[in-house]
Design a protein around this ligand. Structure first.
Ligand code: DGL
Length: 273
């Protein structure tokens, strides 16, 4: 009898799990990959349920718990919520349900307060994020003496999900939400949704170079290193693997991941919806 070839078991156990509503969290994943080249990473794009920003809190919580529990069941050693919306709505619920370290991105209001010269900061984020209690708390904690303008940006996530980073439609949709902030004197803009760093070049073309864009992705990677007490890479270590899963259309997501991640990557179907 012919033996079935033994397949190398996929390396998920002991990997770092990272997820977002879609491909936006790749902006966080690239910071983690660059800080930790030897770690195995598993990324889940919940594209079948994106965008989170326009959905109910109950739905966002249910998705965060579903994806988080799946990652935990695979044996990951930490979960990174690479989605501000999921963080502000559901990070607390996920932390209550798992013993794993959960590192969660949140809008970088505190660093922006230290960077502004005009005293006016714009926070660009999803609807759910700008109206959340967490953001109100961050503003109250760090914003004394500053003007913090919260701006929801419906439509931006969809642009990134379609990899439409530079087009006249993109330019018009970016201007619609950025120009009013500039007119009110904002000199520092917080990219409060992980999809938006992929629009940075187009945003900066509108604002000019004097306006600072703040993206906390590298701070998230540093926090992972600190929480997991990871040692920094050595020449001798094996390069880490990166696996991608999606709840959306695999072919479509694979094309967008290749574009945003910078090279071809196999995307697998998330095994449960
Ligand atoms: N990338 C996500 C965030 O950081 C959410 C996008 C969405 O699905 O609305 O908020």
């Amino acid at each position: 009898m012919r033996k079935t070839p033994v397949q190398t078991p996929p390396r998920i156990a002991n990997a770092i799990g990272v997820f977002d509503s879609g491909v936006g969290g790749l902006s966080v994943l690239r910071a983690i990959r660059s800080a930790l080249p030897n770690e195995d990473l598993v990324y889940v794009a919940d594209s079948g349920h994106a965008p989170y920003g326009d959905q109910t809190e109950a739905h966002i919580t249910q998705r965060t718990l579903t994806v988080g529990q799946w990652l935990a069941a695979q044996g990951v050693k930490a979960i990174t919520i690479a989605c501000n919306t999921a963080t502000v709505v559901a990070a607390r619920d996920l932390r209550e349900q798992t013993h794993l370290p959960v590192v969660a991105i949140e809008p970088a209001i505190k660093p922006a307060v230290l960077m502004t010269r005009s005293g006016v900061i714009g926070v660009l984020a999803t609807r759910q994020t700008v109206q959340s209690e967490s953001v109100a708390r961050l503003c109250a904690q760090h914003g004394e003496g500053k003007r913090i303008l919260l701006q929801a940006c419906p439509g931006w996530v969809e642009l990134v999900e379609q990899a439409e980073l530079h087009s006249s439609r993109t330019d018009a949709l970016l201007r619609q939400f950025i120009e009013p902030l500039l007119a009110q004197g904002a000199d520092t803009l917080v990219l409060g949704c992980t999809h938006y760093p992929f629009l940075s070049a187009s945003i900066q073309a509108i604002t000019g170079q004097d306006v600072i864009l703040v993206d906390p992705a590298e701070a998230v990677a540093r926090e992972l290193v600190r929480r997991l007490k990871l040692t920094l890479p050595t020449q001798a270590s094996l390069p880490g693997t990166t696996r991608f899963f999606t709840t959306g259309d695999v072919k479509n997501v694979q094309q967008v991941v290749a574009h945003l991640w910078g090279h071809e990557a196999e995307v697998e179907a998330f095994p449960s919806q």
